[in-house]
Design a protein around this ligand. Structure first.
Ligand SMILES: [Fe+2]
Length: 329
């Protein structure tokens, strides 16, 4: 037999023999199957399917909110990350626990920074290329390539599958000042919104919004369908992804006045929480210290700056590193 669909629909077990570690089933079409007990237990189908308690069956990874008042940030040394599996593991643990992590002692070169990202996985290419090495010269017509203030946002809301990890390394900043980096924990903000007004979380997770890449005339990217701001796994009811980017949000059509009020009220309140000082981590990037964060959880932004900054970095491919830091709302 070489196809599952060659199995007759009316097949049944003629005989089952229980051995020490497996069951041997003789099927009515003449074929025989061996089923290890471990496998059968792991894949059993409970007779009572509701409520699904999947989240109680899987071990969830630890999730912690980093209080912005605490200036002691999760940090690992470059040397340990690059030379030891243990160093790499500690780096990954920090990202999944806190949503971000600094790496100290990174050589001041794009090559070393690229090698750092690739220590986790290969770099995700986009219309901005793969590994970036840029100054505020408006190579791309995107706010990230300016010197302006950038409010908290997640990247890639115009992709069906936004990049999970993003790494920045400031290589130099000369003849000027400013440009502090902003991080905001979007999942913690949603949890706080839920405590204040559960209906707002429902609005932000049920009402979808359009998004599009904006700025460059020859680039037009939209996700395969509209997504809500708060993406919740329907089986576990856990929030796993925040998509929040008012620079790339499109104009929604075909929604009634009630939905509009519901969504904007919720979005306004979520925005208030995101912009409260208790939620905002402001740090100054320094040459030699790279910052990596989870783009599905942490919003990022930047203060305006003067002078010339050279920044490099890239997006980390998600498939090799899928952080399950889901927090039950
Ligand atoms: Fe960004």
């Amino acid at each position: 037999m070489n196809s599952l669909f060659q199995v007759p629909k009316d097949i049944n077990a003629k005989k089952i023999a229980y051995e020490a570690e497996h069951a041997e089933v003789h099927w009515s079409d003449g074929h025989r199957g061996l089923y290890p007990f471990d496998w059968l237990i792991a894949h059993q189908n409970p007779t009572n399917l509701t409520p699904r308690k999947y989240h109680e069956e899987v071990e969830l990874r630890e999730y912690k909110f980093h209080d912005p008042a605490n200036k002691d940030y999760p940090t690992v040394p470059f040397e340990a990350v690059m030379s030891q599996d243990r160093g790499l593991s500690e780096w990954l643990e920090n990202i999944q626990t806190w949503g971000f992590c600094f790496v100290e002692g990174v050589p001041l070169s794009p090559e070393a920074t690229q090698a750092l990202i690739e220590r986790i996985a290969f770099i995700r290419h986009t219309h901005y290329g793969g590994f970036w090495d840029f100054t505020a010269d408006m190579t791309f017509k995107d706010t990230a390539y300016t010197t302006e203030f950038l409010g908290g946002h997640t990247d890639n809301t115009y992709f069906t599958d936004p990049a999970r990890l993003q790494l920045f390394h400031l290589l130099s900043h000369t003849d000027g000042s400013g440009g502090e980096s902003l991080l905001i924990d979007g999942i913690e903000a949603a949890a706080r919104l839920k405590k204040q007004a559960p209906g707002h979380v429902a609005a932000l997770s049920n009402i979808r919004q359009p998004a599009h890449s904006s700025g460059n005339q020859d680039v037009c990217i939209q996700p395969v369908h509209q997504f809500p701001v708060l993406n919740i796994d329907p089986e576990t009811l856990r929030l796993y992804q925040v998509r929040w980017n008012n620079y790339d949000r499109g104009a929604r059509q075909y929604w009634g006045i009630e939905s509009q009020e519901e969504w904007y009220d919720a979005a306004r309140e979520y925005n208030n929480i995101l912009n409260s000082p208790q939620m905002q981590i402001w740090t100054q990037l320094k040459p030699g210290t790279a910052l990596i964060f989870d783009n599905w959880r942490m919003l990022h932004g930047r203060a305006e700056f003067t002078g010339k900054r050279r920044m490099c970095g890239g997006y980390g491919m998600v498939s090799f590193y899928d952080i399950v830091h889901l927090k039950q709302l």
